[in-house]
Design a protein around this ligand. Structure first.
Ligand SMILES: [Fe+2]
Length: 215
């Protein structure tokens, strides 16, 4: 069985902010599952993307509200507000300009690339953005690199050498995202690229799958 870290650094359990939990009831259920798996803390990384324009001003109050409900329900999970930043030209320059970076543990920033269609990056160079984040005092964490259909081994090495930490999604190796991501996850694991594990929990389907491998 997978040995889990003390905290989940990637989840979408805040209600109604993105394509994760939609209601407070969903949120309480998903947070309850994270606590049942043994996580003590959860970094709430709602999407900051083209579709979901979240900023610290949306996630911080949502996190506080959910924390109150968790405390009331006796669910032992401490929430930490943050965001999952998609490196796309429609949002990233504005995020940088407006200082909407909300790191966890002082400097960790979860960044995501397009799953398919790398042309969506347009003039954004992820390796350059990673180097710039590090120069500015942040530790960029690349969300689920195994899911990027277009990424080559050389490309992974380039991002790793630029200083990105890699975050694997729980269940990738077990095939939750299909055979391609499973194969890439295994290779990245064997090469020693990963330093974070996260659930990327969005909904009950995720929880049902995690229940099978964790409980
Ligand atoms: Fe995510």
């Amino acid at each position: 069985m997978e040995r889990l870290p003390k905290y989940d650094c990637h989840c979408h359990i805040l209600p109604g902010l993105d394509d994760g939990a939609q209601t407070m009831e969903d949120s309480l259920y998903l947070a309850g599952r994270l606590a049942a798996y043994g996580f003590e803390r959860a970094v709430c990384t709602s999407h900051s993307s083209f579709l979901f324009r979240n900023t610290p001003s949306t996630v911080i109050p949502a996190c506080e509200r959910l924390q109150e409900e968790l405390d009331r329900a006796g669910i032992p999970l401490k929430l930490i507000p943050s965001l999952e930043y998609r490196l796309i030209p429609e949002t990233w320059p504005q995020i940088r300009r407006n200082e909407w970076l909300l790191p966890w543990e002082g400097n960790h920033i979860l960044v995501e690339l397009p799953i398919s269609h790398p042309e969506k990056l347009m003039d954004i160079d992820p390796a350059a953005e990673i180097r710039q984040l590090i120069a500015d005092g942040y530790q960029p964490v690349l969300a689920h690199p195994e899911r990027y259909e277009w990424a080559t081994k050389d490309y992974y090495k380039k991002l790793f050498d630029a200083g990105a930490a890699f975050q694997r999604n729980l269940g990738s190796i077990e095939g939750f995202y299909g055979p391609g991501p499973a194969e890439r996850a295994l290779w990245l694991l064997q090469e020693g690229f990963y330093s974070f594990l996260g659930t990327d929990m969005h909904n009950r389907k995720y929880a049902d799958r995690f229940d099978k491998i964790l409980l």
